[in-house]
Design a binder for this molecule. Sequence first.
Ligand SMILES: Cc1ncc(COP(=O)(O)O)c(C=O)c1O
Length: 435
Amino acid sequence: MAPRSVRQSDPKSLGEGIGRSCPESNGKAAIEQLKLRLKEDRVTRLALMILDKYEDVHLKDQVVDSMDDARHFRLCGKTVINFGSDSLLGFDRDPRIQKAIVESLEDWGTHNGASRAFTSVALCEEAERRLAQWLNVDETLIFPSVTLANAGLLPALAGKGDLLVVDRLSHDTLWQAAKVAAHNGANVRELNPATPNALVKILEREDYEGCIVAVDGVYSMTGTIPPLDALDQVTRSFGGILYIDDAHGTAVIGPRGRGAAAWKLDSLENVLMVGSLSKAFSCLGAFVTCDQPLKRMLKIRSSTFIFGGPVPPPYLAAICAVCDLIESPEYDEILGRLQNRVKRLVDGIRRIGLPMTGGLAAVVAITIGDIEKTLSAGKWLFDRGFYVQSATYPAVPLMGGILRIQVNANHSIEAIDCLLDALDDLKTEFELPGN
Ligand SMILES: Cc1ncc(COP(=O)(O)O)c(C=O)c1O
């Protein structure tokens, strides 16, 4: 049966249009129908309603006009301190990383223009080797983003006859990847809550050949960490493998910044860890830990690896430059600077008495609650000179609006203290509850 929009057209003229261009009026009508249909979706309707109703305060989809080394940026005609940057170690502004990009650009050009299934530039092998060396694992495989890593890996790892357990609170990209795995025949189950007991119940109930349990290393909205050690133990005792998306832990927590999994587990040997090269690394891409035979299999089975393009050479050079820094004594100082700032913010928020989560990595979230109050609180801070991300549904539960603060190593101490002063006033202004 034809869709409604097509049925309204003359079937004969549609048939004639095949292989040539569609008559213009039909094309326009179809696009209008498409827009109407997209608007019918419940979450889209709600998102549009929020954007329209709270136009003055939502601060979403904004254009940044300029930025500087001290995390100031200019948007909506105002220069503010940016507490919403994923470049947690400030490497985006580091002249050495920038130089690596520029020099590599001259040698390799902007892009090597081929899927890695055909050719990889030597820099890519080098970056994978350097990452493996840093993480104390046999091998790593680089993808152009964490989204593409998850989208390629989960369906590659879990197919027909396999069980894929996904933490309910894990990042949307894991869930989107799980949908593809389910389509390919994997049995996908939701882990809720992310506790060892809940996991045991699922694993006892299900039959499977292989089993993957997918969780975040650090939850991107709340900044909290699931019980990785206990989940790993249970997963292993049932013959499964823990898959950790540690986008927010990479290079900021754990021994030498090796992430949440390296921190909470004895080693990364028996798990699959995905890390980000776009956040604290300030480059572009993602990696998964593996060994040589598994790397070979992942290259063959992961559709985003085969059918997508690679990280461009200049960013691979930047990844190697970040690895140089991580291996140097200077990294201790940079990481120490970040940790001091996170601690200063967390201690200050506790003193003020605001309800807060996170603070182990660089994400700190203040719970506000309803949508209007959350957005207004974010705008109020913006007017005071601070940009934080006011996150509302569907990024968080409906009444679970938060102010999400990302601390960076290149925030000044004064910037943290001024933000704390503003948060103190915000508590009174918005009559926020204590912690
Ligand atoms: C846990 C987690 N996974 C995946 C992603 C997506 O990362 P990317 O931008 O590299 O696709 C994010 C981004 O914020 C994230 O926080």
